[in-house]
Design a protein around this ligand. Structure first.
Ligand SMILES: [Zn+2]
Length: 176
């Protein structure tokens, strides 16, 4: 049995390049339905999804030729956005080299560039936008609860009129 994670991190069952999502528990086992909305193809597995019990594989559409690419893409994307400090090229190379056999064969330089671009975009969306004005900066600082790794308050004063902010921890101030 083969599985992959969807872009939204849902676990999908992959069979013959078709993807299935977990539908519900039935008396006959766990029912998985094809991800294509109007397709009625389904697979029943045992409750741990280790064996297939029954299948209806009459898909009304073509199989997805990109499934293997998506598997690698989604796992790189997940890691790249979770581990922001890691270099993207490194992550992609590692993911491709540790992919199950047959998954990475069809990757070429263009594919890798395409993954890299799309993941850089995903990474950028995690970071806040660069402020456009001083008012932006004040607003951003005021709405962020900035703390040290010891959970001390780090931003002490924001004065929008005089235009200054003061970073310090309460314990540091006590020493003064
Ligand atoms: Zn289908």
């Amino acid at each position: 049995m083969e599985f992959m994670l969807s872009e939204k991190c849902r676990r999908l069952l992959v069979h013959d390049n078709y993807k299935f999502y977990k539908h519900h528990n039935t008396e006959e086992g766990l029912k998985w339905r094809c991800v294509e909305r109007k397709c009625l193809a389904n697979i029943y597995t045992d409750e741990n999804a280790t064996i297939m019990l029954k299948t209806d594989l009459n898909h009304n559409h073509e199989r997805d030729t990109n499934v293997k690419r998506q598997v690698i893409f989604n796992s790189v994307k997940r890691k790249a956005t979770a581990e922001l400090a890691k270099r993207l090229q490194k992550l992609i190379r590692k993911e491709i080299s540790s992919a199950p056999s047959g998954y990475a064969e069809k990757f070429n330089v263009k594919d890798i560039e395409c993954i890299r671009k799309s993941i850089s975009r995903a990474r950028r969306s995690i970071f806040p936008h660069l402020p456009q004005s001083i008012t932006n900066v004040h607003a951003a600082l005021a709405s962020t609860d900035i703390k040290t790794h010891q959970e001390d308050k780090l931003l002490q004063i924001i004065d929008e009129e005089k235009n200054f902010v003061c970073f310090s921890t309460t314990s540091n101030l006590k020493y003064l």
